[in-house]
Structure formats: structure tokens, C-alpha cells
Write a protein that binds this ligand. Structure first.
Ligand code: NAD
Length: 472
């Protein structure tokens, strides 16, 4: 077992360890060292000590180190992706794709940091000049979940490091192995000691140690709204800036003029990518009454044709395992509750292999009061509702405290603008279902979070604007 905790440039071990299990067969995929508050404090001390040297390094030098890291990650995509598929149960092509996509974040921010920044402002008096500088915010605590463990951590690490911040990371204990290898690529690329630090261990111990450290100025967290709220409360004690990417409850709206082929293709991707365990995954389908029967029949036929199995099989299945049995039970409970309340499952029964597998399921006639109609499912099941007009569907789509993503299928250009402006979400996929790119700002409205990740907005989250008023 390679040492898996990184403090001050040294990969190290601890006396406690945690096994990481494959959700398909329960086998041990690997182990991570399991640290606690002491390791997290040492990591934060190291990040604090490394801050000024890293932030003083010319942007060009930071950029070339991040490019080198991107090359190493991309070069190991197959190997790290396979490890990711094993620990998280993912379809291997999706896992390898996630690692390659992670490299793209490092590349994009390596380039972005070389662009001019700051501004010169118009002067109010002839003997004054005004300008702004952008400076790194400080040490960043980066806390990430298991569903896209590599790309979500990359979306935080790349801009934070590009901005000149140093980082203390904690990753989900359910899928820590691949992302540890991703971080190993950063040290292999030659990032200075202390620039990136990683501690595995109980969530609250590391989070508290990071948030209590005087050098930590930003906490970036991706995960559930409930845990995010707790982190925001803790961050408020030292007025640490929170950057939160939280739960989603994405509406997927199909209007009467939609290209139904594209809508069904998009629905399959938006619902079943990563076995439905995606924060931007389609959660509630709203289909215009005039195309409801046709869309629903085609969508159900596509689901009925799906194969379910081990994501590492040579014949790659359409749907792989969930992260664990708890996730499967949670989805099945929602489906059973809806059926008990009168909903109709319109997709076939599946013979599932043993392991953390969950059958894909589409339901119609789902009453509003059940969880499947209103809560984030985070798995391969969904309710389909019918609507009559635009105002009605917008009201239904927005009737949630979450506002991360939404999807709209229509060929009417005027409606695209109206709906895009009225849908209360941070990310809208219009006539396609894969909106994630490194250069776009990703993030939510309402209780889906605060701030934006990706693109130049994502860089600014890790910077402070410094205003200079100069007498001449
Ligand atoms: P979670 O909130 O339970 O866990 C997320 C991370 O927080 C994990 O690493 C976990 O170990 C850690 N954690 C748990 N309790 C903690 C505590 N008290 N203090 C500090 N850290 C703690 O979420 P999850 O079950 O891993 O992921 C599912 C949720 O995450 C869903 O709601 C999903 O929508 C959301 N999510 C959002 C995004 C996004 O970009 N907005 C992306 C992925 C997942």
C-alpha cells in the first residue's frame, strides 16, 4: 500500500487505516491511511508555510507546473480510471473519461492564470489614480464527495492553485483512491512541498481542524445541502469564505415542439449517467401533454433496453453499480413509496446481479406528496409528469428549494430565452444534456449552493480584489 496522506510534500502513513470496498463484490480495492485532527492541523500549517512562496511564483511558473500535472493525469487516465471504476462501481469508460476531464481543468486554469488581471479605474481627480490587484485569497480547504471524486476535486484544486492559493484537501472515504493518485500526479509534477496537502479520516475532525486554522480563508465543499449548511455555519465563526456546490433537483422539460429523438437521448444521459448519482442529474421530468405518451413510451423503451452490470465488464453495461447498498435502498424506498401511493412503474423489472445494483425505473402518476416527486433521488429512478403550458411548468420546475441544474427541450428560440431566464437554476442544458466544461461557471441558486466553479468566475472565488488609491 502506498502512503496516502500528504503533508508538506511527504507522502506518509498513519497507524489507522480504512479499507475501500468495491460496491460490486465487496472486495477490498485498497486502503488509505486514516488520520485525524493532528494530521489535518499539520497539513494546514504546511499549507500556511508554503503560501507566500507559491503565491509569489510568477504566473508563468505556476502555469507550467499545472500543465505538467495535467499531462501526468492524462497519461495515467486509464490506470486511475480503472481504479475509480473499482472503488466507486462506475462504468469504466465514464471513470476513465472523468480522469481525462480532470486533467482538462488543470490545463484550462494553467492557461487562464496567464491572462492579464486587475484593472485601472478612471480617476476622480487629476492627482489620483485608482487600480485593483487580484491576490490569492489564502489557504483553501477543499472537501469533496464520492460521486465524481476526481473531477470535483480537480475543479477546486486547479483554480485554487492557479490563483496562487495553497490547499488542504479531504476526500470522501467511500472513493478516496483514484483522487489520491490524481493528487500524486501534482506532487510528481513538482509542485512545491506544502502547496497541496491531503488528509484522509473522519469528516468532522479534518473539517474542524481546517476551518479553525487562522490561515484558511476559503472553504470549498461539494456534497449534500445538509452537510453544506453545517460547514457554512462553522465557516461563519472565522468569516471564512464558503464556496458551496450542494444538492440538486433538476427539472427536465420537454415542450410540444421538441425534437423527441434528441430529448430521449438527453433524458437517458441526464438521468442515468453515473447511475443517476449526479448532482446535475435530471430528477423530475415534465413533458407537454400533447407529446407525453410518445415521449414516455420512447423513454421507457430506451430504459427497457438497458443492461445492468459490473462497470468493468468487457461488454460495458449501460448502468453500473451504485456506491453502496444504502444508496440502492434509498432509491428503492422512494420507488416503493410512490407505487404504494398509486404511481405506475412503466419500465420492466430487471434481474440484477448481486452487489449494490439498482434497477432503472420510470414512473407516471406520481402524487406530489411522495419523495420521488419532490426530493433529490440521486439514483436511477424518476417520475414523469405532464403539463399544459409554459407558466405552469415553470412554476412546477421552480417549486423546490434547490436550483442547481435544469434541462429544456424546445425548438422555439423565443421560448428558449424566456425559460432560460425564468428557470431558477444555475446551469441550464438547452437541447442537450452534458453542460459540464472547464470554462463555464457551474453552481446553483437557492439552497444548491453559493459561488461558481469553473471558468474565470471559478478563479475569482479563490482571489481577493485589492484596491489601490494612489496620489501622484
Ligand atoms: P455528503 O454531504 O454526505 O458528503 C459529502 C462529503 O462531505 C463527503 O466527503 C463526506 O465524508 C463529507 N462529510 C459528511 N459529513 C460531514 C460533516 N459533518 N462535516 C464535514 N464533512 C462531512 O454528500 P454525499 O452523500 O457524499 O453526496 C451526495 C450529495 O452531494 C447530493 O446531495 C448531491 O447532489 C451533492 N453533490 C453536489 C454536487 C455539486 O456540484 N453541486 C456534486 C456532487 C454531489
Amino acid at each position: 500500500m502506498k502512503p496516502s496522506i500528504l503533508i508538506d510534500g511527504v507522502w506518509q502513513d498513519t497507524k489507522d487505516h480504512k479499507d475501500v470496498l468495491n460496491p460490486v463484490d465487496g472486495s477490498v480495492v485498497g486502503r488509505v491511511a486514516y488520520g485525524g485532527a493532528a494530521e489535518a492541523e499539520a497539513a494546514a500549517d504546511a499549507a500556511a508555510a508554503a503560501l507566500s512562496a507559491w503565491s509569489d511564483l510568477p504566473a508563468r511558473s505556476r502555469s507550467s507546473l499545472l500543465h505538467r500535472a495535467a499531462d501526468l493525469i492524462a497519461g495515467r487516465a486509464e490506470e486511475i480510471g480503472t481504479l475509480l471504476a473499482r472503488e466507486a462501481g462506475k462504468r469504466k469508460p465514464e471513470a476513465v473519461g472523468e480522469v481525462s476531464f480532470s486533467a482538462e481543468y488543470f490545463r484550462w486554469f494553467a492557461e487562464e492564470i496567464r491572462r492579464p488581471s486587475g484593472s485601472v479605474l478612471p480617476n476622480e481627480a487629476s492627482d489620483r489614480r485608482h487600480m485593483t490587484l487580484r491576490r490569492p485569497a489564502g489557504v483553501v480547504a477543499s472537501l469533496t464527495p464520492w460521486n465524481f471524486p476526481c473531477s470535483i476535486q480537480a475543479r477546486k484544486l486547479a483554480p485554487a492553485l492557479a490563483a496562487g492559493c495553497t490547499v488542504v484537501a479531504r476526500v470522501s472515504e467511500q472513493a478516496p483512491l483514484a483522487v489520491t493518485e490524481l493528487i500524486r500526479c501534482l506532487t510528481d509534477a513538482g509542485l512545491p512541498a506544502g502547496t497541496v496537502n491531503l488528509v484522509h479520516g473522519p469528516a468532522a475532525a479534518a473539517t474542524d481542524a481546517y476551518l479553525n486554522h487562522p490561515a484558511v480563508r476559503v472553504v470549498t465543499f461539494t456534497g449534500s445541502t445538509e452537510v453544506g449548511r453545517g460547514i457554512m455555519e462553522k465557516a461563519s465563526r472565522r468569516v471564512v469564505r464558503p464556496l458551496l456546490e450542494l444538492g440538486g433537483n433538476a427539472p427536465f422539460i420537454v415542450f410540444d415542439d421538441a425534437d423527441l429523438d434528441a430529448a430521449v437521448t438527453g433524458a437517458m444521459l441526464a438521468k442515468f449517467r453515473n447511475t443517476g448519482q449526479s448532482c446535475i442529474g435530471a430528477n423530475r421530468f415534465f413533458v407537454h401533454a400533447s407529446v407525453f405518451d410518445e415521449f414516455t413510451a420512447r423513454f421507457a423503451a430506451a430504459v427497457d433496453a438497458m443492461t445492468v452490470g459490473d462497470g468493468l465488464d468487457k461488454n460495458v453495461p449501460d448502468l453500473a453499480a451504485c456506491i453502496d447498498d444504502r444508496r440502492v435502498q434509498s432509491v428503492n424506498k422512494m420507488v416503493d413509496e410512490a407505487i404504494g401511493a398509486g404511481a405506475r412503474k412503466i419500465t420492466r423489472d430487471f434481474d440484477l446481479p448481486s452487489g449494490a445494483f439498482c434497477a432503472p425505473a420510470l414512473l407516471t402518476g406520481v402524487p406530489d406528496h411522495v419523495d420521488l416527486a419532490s426530493e433529490e433521488v440521486f439514483g436511477p429512478a424518476a417520475a414523469i409528469f405532464s403539463f399544459e403550458d409554459e407558466a405552469e411548468v415553470l412554476a412546477q420546475a421552480n417549486a423546490t428549494e434547490l436550483g442547481l441544474a435544469g434541462y429544456v427541450y424546445t425548438r422555439d428560440q423565443s421560448r428558449i430565452w424566456r425559460v432560460a431566464e425564468q428557470l431558477d437554476v444555475g446551469i441550464t442544458g438547452i437541447n442537450h444534456a452534458l453542460p459540464s466544461v472547464p470554462f463555464a461557471p457551474m453552481g446553483g441558486t437557492k439552497q444548491s449552493g453559493l459561488g461558481r466553479e469553473g471558468g474565470s468566475h471559478g478563479l475569482e472565488e479563490f482571489e481577493e480584489s485589492r484596491y489601490l488609491s494612489i496620489g501622484i
